[in-house]
Write a protein that binds this ligand. Sequence first.
Ligand code: ADP
Length: 423
Amino acid sequence: MKILQQQSKNSWASIIFLLLRNDSAMRSVSFKDFSLKESLLKAIADSGFEHPSEVQQECIPKTAYGDDILAQSKSGMGKTAIYVLGILNRMEEEPLTETGPQAIVLTHTRELAFQAAKEFVRFGKYLPKIKTYVIYGGISIEDQKKKLKEDQPHILIGTPGRMATLVKNKSLVLDKVKYFVIDECDQMLKETGIHLYIIIDIREDVQYVFCRTPRNKQVMMLSATLPKELREICKKFLRVNAFEVFIDNEAKLTLHGLKQFLVKLEEKEKNRKLVELLDNTQFVQVIIFVNSTVRAKLLSSLLRQHNFPAVAMHGDLRQEERLIRYKQFKECKTVIMISTDIFGRGVDIDKIDFVINYDLPRDSDTYMHRVGRAGRFGTKGLAVSFVATKEDEELMGKVQERFEIKVPVYPDKPDTAVLSTCL
Ligand code: ADP
Protein backbone atom coordinates (compact mmCIF):
# COMPACT_ATOMS: atom_id res chain seq x y z
CA MET A 1 0.00 0.00 0.00
CA LYS A 2 1.39 3.37 -0.92
CA ILE A 3 0.78 5.45 2.07
CA LEU A 4 1.22 9.19 2.26
CA GLN A 5 1.92 10.19 5.75
CA GLN A 6 2.73 13.29 7.62
CA GLN A 7 4.54 12.72 10.85
CA SER A 8 3.20 14.31 13.94
CA LYS A 9 5.30 14.88 17.02
CA ASN A 10 7.43 11.90 17.84
CA SER A 11 6.46 9.83 20.79
CA TRP A 12 8.63 7.03 22.08
CA ALA A 13 5.99 4.62 20.84
CA SER A 14 6.20 6.14 17.35
CA ILE A 15 9.99 6.06 17.31
CA ILE A 16 10.13 2.41 18.33
CA PHE A 17 7.44 1.67 15.79
CA LEU A 18 9.27 3.46 12.98
CA LEU A 19 12.44 1.53 13.74
CA LEU A 20 10.42 -1.62 13.25
CA ARG A 21 8.94 -0.46 9.96
CA ASN A 22 10.48 -2.51 7.24
CA ASP A 23 8.54 -5.12 5.28
CA SER A 24 9.45 -8.19 7.25
CA ALA A 25 9.00 -6.35 10.51
CA MET A 26 5.52 -5.21 9.35
CA ARG A 27 4.47 -8.83 9.17
CA SER A 28 5.75 -9.67 12.62
CA VAL A 29 4.41 -6.59 14.41
CA SER A 30 2.11 -7.50 17.24
CA PHE A 31 -0.34 -5.51 19.36
CA LYS A 32 2.24 -5.72 22.15
CA ASP A 33 4.43 -3.25 20.23
CA PHE A 34 1.91 -0.45 20.64
CA SER A 35 2.36 0.54 24.31
CA LEU A 36 -1.20 -0.47 25.10
CA LYS A 37 -2.46 -1.11 28.63
CA GLU A 38 -2.23 -4.71 29.83
CA SER A 39 -6.01 -4.81 30.21
CA LEU A 40 -6.40 -3.96 26.53
CA LEU A 41 -3.84 -6.52 25.40
CA LYS A 42 -5.75 -9.15 27.35
CA ALA A 43 -9.04 -8.17 25.71
CA ILE A 44 -7.37 -8.14 22.26
CA ALA A 45 -6.08 -11.67 22.88
CA ASP A 46 -9.55 -12.77 24.03
CA SER A 47 -10.96 -11.41 20.75
CA GLY A 48 -8.66 -13.71 18.84
CA PHE A 49 -6.82 -10.86 17.10
CA GLU A 50 -3.30 -12.09 16.39
CA HIS A 51 -1.69 -9.48 14.18
CA PRO A 52 -2.68 -5.90 13.50
CA SER A 53 -3.59 -5.06 9.92
CA GLU A 54 -1.37 -2.65 8.02
CA VAL A 55 -3.51 0.38 8.78
CA GLN A 56 -3.70 -0.64 12.43
CA GLN A 57 0.09 -0.88 12.49
CA GLU A 58 0.29 2.64 11.11
CA CYS A 59 -2.38 4.24 13.24
CA ILE A 60 -2.70 2.54 16.64
CA PRO A 61 0.69 3.84 17.89
CA LYS A 62 -0.61 7.30 17.06
CA THR A 63 -4.09 7.06 18.57
CA ALA A 64 -2.74 5.27 21.65
CA TYR A 65 -0.35 8.17 22.19
CA GLY A 66 -3.00 10.87 21.70
CA ASP A 67 -2.30 12.10 18.19
CA ASP A 68 -5.03 13.16 15.77
CA ILE A 69 -5.47 10.97 12.71
CA LEU A 70 -7.15 11.12 9.33
CA ALA A 71 -7.06 7.56 8.05
CA GLN A 72 -8.18 6.03 4.79
CA SER A 73 -7.96 2.29 4.35
CA LYS A 74 -9.96 -0.28 2.49
CA SER A 75 -13.14 -1.73 3.95
CA GLY A 76 -12.94 -4.40 6.58
CA MET A 77 -9.35 -3.81 7.69
CA GLY A 78 -10.17 -2.92 11.27
CA LYS A 79 -10.52 0.85 11.39
CA THR A 80 -12.85 0.63 14.39
CA ALA A 81 -10.14 -0.85 16.63
CA ILE A 82 -7.89 2.09 15.75
CA TYR A 83 -10.04 4.59 17.61
CA VAL A 84 -11.53 2.22 20.18
CA LEU A 85 -8.09 1.09 21.40
CA GLY A 86 -6.73 4.63 21.19
CA ILE A 87 -9.49 6.02 23.39
CA LEU A 88 -9.53 3.17 25.90
CA ASN A 89 -5.77 3.33 26.24
CA ARG A 90 -5.84 6.93 27.38
CA MET A 91 -9.17 7.34 29.07
CA GLU A 92 -9.38 8.00 32.78
CA GLU A 93 -11.29 5.23 34.46
CA GLU A 94 -12.51 7.23 37.40
CA PRO A 95 -16.25 7.18 37.98
CA LEU A 96 -17.82 10.32 36.58
CA THR A 97 -19.68 12.92 38.54
CA GLU A 98 -21.94 15.26 36.61
CA THR A 99 -19.24 16.20 34.18
CA GLY A 100 -20.31 14.88 30.79
CA PRO A 101 -18.69 12.37 28.45
CA GLN A 102 -14.96 12.22 27.77
CA ALA A 103 -15.37 10.69 24.31
CA ILE A 104 -17.81 11.37 21.48
CA VAL A 105 -18.08 9.02 18.50
CA LEU A 106 -20.26 10.13 15.59
CA THR A 107 -21.52 7.51 13.15
CA HIS A 108 -23.79 7.97 10.14
CA THR A 109 -26.28 5.22 10.99
CA ARG A 110 -27.83 3.93 14.17
CA GLU A 111 -26.68 0.38 13.55
CA LEU A 112 -23.11 1.57 13.17
CA ALA A 113 -23.37 3.40 16.50
CA PHE A 114 -24.52 0.19 18.09
CA GLN A 115 -21.71 -1.77 16.40
CA ALA A 116 -19.05 0.70 17.63
CA ALA A 117 -20.45 0.48 21.16
CA LYS A 118 -20.03 -3.29 21.06
CA GLU A 119 -16.37 -2.85 20.17
CA PHE A 120 -15.88 -0.55 23.17
CA VAL A 121 -17.48 -3.19 25.36
CA ARG A 122 -15.38 -5.97 23.83
CA PHE A 123 -12.04 -4.20 24.24
CA GLY A 124 -13.06 -2.57 27.52
CA LYS A 125 -13.77 -5.97 29.07
CA TYR A 126 -11.08 -5.47 31.72
CA LEU A 127 -11.88 -1.79 32.28
CA PRO A 128 -15.19 -2.30 34.06
CA LYS A 129 -15.60 1.27 35.28
CA ILE A 130 -15.79 2.70 31.78
CA LYS A 131 -19.36 3.20 30.67
CA THR A 132 -20.54 3.45 27.08
CA TYR A 133 -23.92 4.67 25.89
CA VAL A 134 -25.51 4.87 22.44
CA ILE A 135 -27.94 7.57 21.35
CA TYR A 136 -29.80 7.95 18.07
CA GLY A 137 -33.01 9.30 16.65
CA GLY A 138 -36.22 7.42 16.02
CA ILE A 139 -36.75 6.57 19.71
CA SER A 140 -37.85 8.59 22.74
CA ILE A 141 -35.51 11.45 23.56
CA GLU A 142 -36.84 11.58 27.13
CA ASP A 143 -35.25 8.24 28.07
CA GLN A 144 -31.96 9.46 26.65
CA LYS A 145 -32.13 12.73 28.61
CA LYS A 146 -32.84 10.80 31.80
CA LYS A 147 -29.98 8.43 31.20
CA LEU A 148 -27.55 11.28 30.53
CA LYS A 149 -28.66 13.01 33.71
CA GLU A 150 -28.60 10.01 36.02
CA ASP A 151 -25.86 7.77 34.73
CA GLN A 152 -23.19 9.70 32.85
CA PRO A 153 -21.29 7.59 30.33
CA HIS A 154 -17.58 8.03 29.67
CA ILE A 155 -18.10 7.32 25.97
CA LEU A 156 -21.10 8.54 24.02
CA ILE A 157 -21.70 7.13 20.55
CA GLY A 158 -24.43 8.33 18.25
CA THR A 159 -25.77 9.85 15.10
CA PRO A 160 -25.18 13.58 14.60
CA GLY A 161 -28.85 14.69 14.49
CA ARG A 162 -29.87 13.33 17.88
CA MET A 163 -26.54 14.29 19.42
CA ALA A 164 -27.04 17.90 18.23
CA THR A 165 -30.61 17.99 19.56
CA LEU A 166 -29.47 16.84 23.00
CA VAL A 167 -26.78 19.51 23.05
CA LYS A 168 -29.22 22.21 21.92
CA ASN A 169 -31.69 21.41 24.67
CA LYS A 170 -28.85 21.34 27.20
CA SER A 171 -29.27 17.70 28.16
CA LEU A 172 -25.77 17.03 26.92
CA VAL A 173 -22.78 19.14 27.91
CA LEU A 174 -19.60 18.55 26.00
CA ASP A 175 -17.02 20.64 27.82
CA LYS A 176 -15.16 17.61 29.21
CA VAL A 177 -14.66 15.93 25.85
CA LYS A 178 -11.07 14.82 25.19
CA TYR A 179 -11.59 12.40 22.29
CA PHE A 180 -13.73 12.97 19.21
CA VAL A 181 -14.29 10.44 16.42
CA ILE A 182 -15.97 11.00 13.07
CA ASP A 183 -16.40 7.58 11.49
CA GLU A 184 -17.12 7.35 7.74
CA CYS A 185 -16.00 10.98 7.73
CA ASP A 186 -16.49 11.59 4.00
CA GLN A 187 -20.14 10.62 4.29
CA MET A 188 -20.59 12.73 7.42
CA LEU A 189 -19.04 15.82 5.89
CA LYS A 190 -20.76 15.67 2.52
CA GLU A 191 -22.84 18.75 2.10
CA THR A 192 -26.22 17.06 2.19
CA GLY A 193 -27.77 13.65 2.59
CA ILE A 194 -31.23 12.31 1.83
CA HIS A 195 -33.25 10.54 4.50
CA LEU A 196 -36.82 9.46 3.91
CA TYR A 197 -36.90 11.75 0.86
CA ILE A 198 -36.00 14.78 2.98
CA ILE A 199 -32.73 16.54 2.30
CA ILE A 200 -30.76 16.77 5.54
CA ASP A 201 -27.49 18.46 6.28
CA ILE A 202 -25.44 16.00 8.30
CA ARG A 203 -22.37 18.20 8.11
CA GLU A 204 -24.20 21.02 9.90
CA ASP A 205 -25.02 18.73 12.84
CA VAL A 206 -21.47 17.36 12.96
CA GLN A 207 -20.07 20.89 13.02
CA TYR A 208 -22.55 21.99 15.65
CA VAL A 209 -21.59 19.14 18.01
CA PHE A 210 -17.87 19.51 17.29
CA CYS A 211 -17.90 23.25 18.04
CA ARG A 212 -19.39 22.61 21.48
CA THR A 213 -16.38 20.55 22.58
CA PRO A 214 -13.12 21.98 23.96
CA ARG A 215 -10.57 23.12 21.40
CA ASN A 216 -7.81 20.89 22.68
CA LYS A 217 -8.91 17.31 22.12
CA GLN A 218 -7.81 14.27 20.14
CA VAL A 219 -9.71 13.97 16.85
CA MET A 220 -9.85 10.75 14.83
CA MET A 221 -11.46 10.60 11.37
CA LEU A 222 -11.70 7.46 9.27
CA SER A 223 -13.15 6.15 6.02
CA ALA A 224 -12.43 3.76 3.16
CA THR A 225 -13.16 6.52 0.66
CA LEU A 226 -11.78 9.97 1.07
CA PRO A 227 -12.06 12.13 -2.06
CA LYS A 228 -9.31 14.73 -2.33
CA GLU A 229 -11.77 17.63 -2.14
CA LEU A 230 -13.08 16.35 1.21
CA ARG A 231 -9.64 15.88 2.73
CA GLU A 232 -9.23 19.64 3.08
CA ILE A 233 -12.56 19.88 4.85
CA CYS A 234 -11.58 17.01 7.18
CA LYS A 235 -8.31 18.73 8.02
CA LYS A 236 -10.22 21.70 9.42
CA PHE A 237 -11.32 19.45 12.28
CA LEU A 238 -7.78 18.29 13.07
CA ARG A 239 -4.90 19.81 14.96
CA VAL A 240 -1.92 20.88 12.84
CA ASN A 241 0.31 17.87 13.34
CA ALA A 242 -2.32 15.24 12.61
CA PHE A 243 -1.13 11.91 11.22
CA GLU A 244 -2.57 11.21 7.78
CA VAL A 245 -2.87 7.96 5.87
CA PHE A 246 -4.30 8.17 2.38
CA ILE A 247 -4.58 5.64 -0.40
CA ASP A 248 -3.73 7.65 -3.48
CA ASN A 249 -3.66 4.68 -5.80
CA GLU A 250 -7.31 3.66 -5.73
CA ALA A 251 -6.46 0.21 -7.07
CA LYS A 252 -5.35 -0.49 -3.51
CA LEU A 253 -8.92 -0.19 -2.28
CA THR A 254 -9.79 -3.54 -3.85
CA LEU A 255 -10.21 -6.43 -1.45
CA HIS A 256 -8.01 -9.36 -2.41
CA GLY A 257 -10.36 -12.09 -1.21
CA LEU A 258 -13.33 -10.65 -3.09
CA LYS A 259 -14.23 -11.90 -6.57
CA GLN A 260 -16.37 -9.42 -8.50
CA PHE A 261 -18.62 -10.23 -11.47
CA LEU A 262 -21.39 -8.60 -13.46
CA VAL A 263 -24.51 -9.90 -15.17
CA LYS A 264 -25.86 -8.01 -18.18
CA LEU A 265 -29.65 -8.25 -18.33
CA GLU A 266 -32.83 -6.29 -18.75
CA GLU A 267 -34.69 -4.86 -15.80
CA LYS A 268 -37.51 -7.41 -16.21
CA GLU A 269 -35.03 -10.29 -16.01
CA LYS A 270 -33.62 -9.30 -12.61
CA ASN A 271 -35.98 -11.35 -10.46
CA ARG A 272 -35.48 -14.56 -12.41
CA LYS A 273 -31.72 -14.12 -12.33
CA LEU A 274 -31.73 -13.35 -8.63
CA VAL A 275 -33.68 -16.50 -7.82
CA GLU A 276 -31.29 -18.50 -10.02
CA LEU A 277 -28.27 -17.04 -8.23
CA LEU A 278 -29.69 -17.72 -4.79
CA ASP A 279 -30.59 -21.27 -5.81
CA ASN A 280 -27.24 -22.11 -7.34
CA THR A 281 -24.72 -20.42 -5.09
CA GLN A 282 -23.48 -21.75 -1.79
CA PHE A 283 -23.12 -18.94 0.71
CA VAL A 284 -23.46 -18.31 4.41
CA GLN A 285 -25.13 -14.89 4.30
CA VAL A 286 -26.03 -12.65 1.39
CA ILE A 287 -26.85 -8.97 1.24
CA ILE A 288 -28.80 -7.74 -1.79
CA PHE A 289 -28.66 -4.00 -2.44
CA VAL A 290 -31.51 -2.05 -4.01
CA ASN A 291 -31.86 1.66 -4.60
CA SER A 292 -35.09 2.45 -2.77
CA THR A 293 -37.19 1.52 0.22
CA VAL A 294 -40.10 0.56 -2.04
CA ARG A 295 -37.90 -1.86 -3.96
CA ALA A 296 -36.54 -3.35 -0.73
CA LYS A 297 -40.07 -4.04 0.50
CA LEU A 298 -41.27 -5.45 -2.84
CA LEU A 299 -38.26 -7.65 -3.40
CA SER A 300 -38.27 -9.12 0.08
CA SER A 301 -41.94 -10.08 -0.17
CA LEU A 302 -41.35 -11.52 -3.63
CA LEU A 303 -38.49 -13.65 -2.34
CA ARG A 304 -40.55 -14.83 0.60
CA GLN A 305 -43.25 -15.91 -1.85
CA HIS A 306 -40.55 -18.06 -3.46
CA ASN A 307 -39.72 -19.52 -0.05
CA PHE A 308 -36.48 -17.61 0.42
CA PRO A 309 -36.27 -16.37 4.03
CA ALA A 310 -35.53 -12.77 3.05
CA VAL A 311 -35.70 -9.77 5.37
CA ALA A 312 -35.71 -6.12 4.30
CA MET A 313 -33.70 -3.29 5.85
CA HIS A 314 -34.62 0.30 5.00
CA GLY A 315 -35.24 3.69 6.53
CA ASP A 316 -39.04 3.31 6.80
CA LEU A 317 -38.76 0.77 9.60
CA ARG A 318 -39.33 1.78 13.21
CA GLN A 319 -36.04 2.06 15.07
CA GLU A 320 -36.75 -0.89 17.37
CA GLU A 321 -37.51 -3.07 14.35
CA ARG A 322 -34.37 -1.89 12.55
CA LEU A 323 -32.22 -2.93 15.49
CA ILE A 324 -33.94 -6.30 15.83
CA ARG A 325 -33.34 -7.01 12.14
CA TYR A 326 -29.73 -5.84 12.38
CA LYS A 327 -29.04 -8.06 15.40
CA GLN A 328 -30.67 -11.07 13.79
CA PHE A 329 -28.55 -10.61 10.69
CA LYS A 330 -25.41 -10.08 12.77
CA GLU A 331 -26.12 -13.28 14.69
CA CYS A 332 -26.65 -15.14 11.42
CA LYS A 333 -30.31 -15.83 12.19
CA THR A 334 -31.19 -14.08 8.93
CA VAL A 335 -29.54 -15.47 5.83
CA ILE A 336 -30.83 -13.14 3.11
CA MET A 337 -31.01 -9.39 3.67
CA ILE A 338 -32.41 -6.95 1.09
CA SER A 339 -31.09 -3.52 1.94
CA THR A 340 -30.95 0.06 0.81
CA ASP A 341 -27.69 1.92 1.38
CA ILE A 342 -28.41 1.97 5.12
CA PHE A 343 -26.16 -1.11 5.24
CA GLY A 344 -23.95 0.01 2.37
CA ARG A 345 -21.17 1.28 4.63
CA GLY A 346 -19.46 0.43 7.84
CA VAL A 347 -21.70 -2.46 8.88
CA ASP A 348 -19.51 -5.40 9.79
CA ILE A 349 -21.08 -8.83 9.57
CA ASP A 350 -18.33 -11.36 9.25
CA LYS A 351 -20.46 -14.14 7.80
CA ILE A 352 -21.54 -12.12 4.74
CA ASP A 353 -19.75 -13.82 1.88
CA PHE A 354 -22.05 -12.84 -0.98
CA VAL A 355 -23.13 -9.37 -2.13
CA ILE A 356 -25.57 -8.79 -4.96
CA ASN A 357 -26.13 -5.36 -6.48
CA TYR A 358 -29.68 -5.96 -7.70
CA ASP A 359 -29.64 -2.23 -8.47
CA LEU A 360 -26.30 -0.61 -9.06
CA PRO A 361 -25.61 2.53 -7.05
CA ARG A 362 -25.10 5.93 -8.68
CA ASP A 363 -21.42 6.33 -7.80
CA SER A 364 -18.27 4.25 -7.59
CA ASP A 365 -17.59 5.08 -3.91
CA THR A 366 -20.91 3.52 -2.94
CA TYR A 367 -20.15 0.51 -5.16
CA MET A 368 -16.86 -0.03 -3.32
CA HIS A 369 -18.46 0.29 0.11
CA ARG A 370 -21.30 -2.08 -0.80
CA VAL A 371 -19.16 -4.91 -2.19
CA GLY A 372 -16.84 -4.43 0.79
CA ARG A 373 -19.53 -5.95 3.05
CA ALA A 374 -18.04 -9.29 1.94
CA GLY A 375 -14.39 -10.30 1.92
CA ARG A 376 -13.73 -8.52 5.23
CA PHE A 377 -10.39 -8.80 6.99
CA GLY A 378 -8.87 -11.03 4.34
CA THR A 379 -11.79 -13.47 4.06
CA LYS A 380 -13.20 -14.69 0.74
CA GLY A 381 -16.31 -13.29 -0.86
CA LEU A 382 -18.31 -13.00 -4.07
CA ALA A 383 -19.97 -9.87 -5.47
CA VAL A 384 -22.33 -9.97 -8.46
CA SER A 385 -23.76 -6.77 -9.95
CA PHE A 386 -26.75 -6.53 -12.28
CA VAL A 387 -26.08 -4.21 -15.21
CA ALA A 388 -29.41 -3.25 -16.78
CA THR A 389 -29.08 0.30 -18.06
CA LYS A 390 -26.64 2.55 -19.88
CA GLU A 391 -25.91 4.29 -16.55
CA ASP A 392 -25.13 0.90 -14.98
CA GLU A 393 -22.69 0.16 -17.79
CA GLU A 394 -21.04 3.52 -17.33
CA LEU A 395 -20.72 2.94 -13.61
CA MET A 396 -19.10 -0.47 -14.07
CA GLY A 397 -16.72 1.10 -16.59
CA LYS A 398 -15.78 3.73 -14.04
CA VAL A 399 -15.36 1.17 -11.25
CA GLN A 400 -13.01 -0.92 -13.39
CA GLU A 401 -10.99 2.06 -14.49
CA ARG A 402 -10.78 3.74 -11.11
CA PHE A 403 -9.95 0.67 -9.03
CA GLU A 404 -7.93 -0.98 -11.83
CA ILE A 405 -9.88 -4.21 -11.72
CA LYS A 406 -11.48 -6.41 -14.33
CA VAL A 407 -15.07 -7.32 -13.46
CA PRO A 408 -15.90 -10.17 -15.83
CA VAL A 409 -19.32 -11.40 -16.86
CA TYR A 410 -20.59 -13.99 -14.41
CA PRO A 411 -20.64 -17.30 -16.26
CA ASP A 412 -24.06 -18.83 -16.95
CA LYS A 413 -22.93 -22.08 -15.46
CA PRO A 414 -20.22 -21.04 -13.07
CA ASP A 415 -17.47 -23.50 -12.76
CA THR A 416 -17.47 -24.76 -9.18
CA ALA A 417 -13.71 -24.26 -9.15
CA VAL A 418 -14.26 -20.53 -9.78
CA LEU A 419 -16.80 -20.34 -7.00
CA SER A 420 -14.75 -22.29 -4.52
CA THR A 421 -12.04 -19.67 -4.81
CA CYS A 422 -14.65 -17.08 -3.83
CA LEU A 423 -16.65 -18.70 -1.06
P1 ADP B 1 -13.41 -1.29 8.78
O1 ADP B 1 -13.92 -0.25 9.72
O2 ADP B 1 -12.02 -1.03 8.32
O3 ADP B 1 -14.34 -1.55 7.63
P2 ADP B 1 -13.90 -3.10 10.98
O4 ADP B 1 -13.35 -2.27 12.08
O5 ADP B 1 -15.39 -3.17 10.86
O6 ADP B 1 -13.28 -2.65 9.58
O7 ADP B 1 -13.27 -4.57 11.10
C1 ADP B 1 -13.61 -5.58 10.19
C2 ADP B 1 -13.57 -6.94 10.89
O8 ADP B 1 -12.22 -7.33 11.13
C3 ADP B 1 -14.28 -6.93 12.24
O9 ADP B 1 -15.05 -8.11 12.34
C4 ADP B 1 -13.15 -6.94 13.24
O10 ADP B 1 -13.51 -7.59 14.44
C5 ADP B 1 -12.06 -7.70 12.50
N1 ADP B 1 -10.70 -7.29 12.86
C6 ADP B 1 -10.24 -6.04 13.03
N2 ADP B 1 -8.93 -6.05 13.32
C7 ADP B 1 -8.54 -7.34 13.38
C8 ADP B 1 -7.29 -8.02 13.64
N3 ADP B 1 -6.19 -7.34 13.88
N4 ADP B 1 -7.27 -9.36 13.60
C9 ADP B 1 -8.40 -10.06 13.31
N5 ADP B 1 -9.60 -9.50 13.04
C10 ADP B 1 -9.68 -8.16 13.07
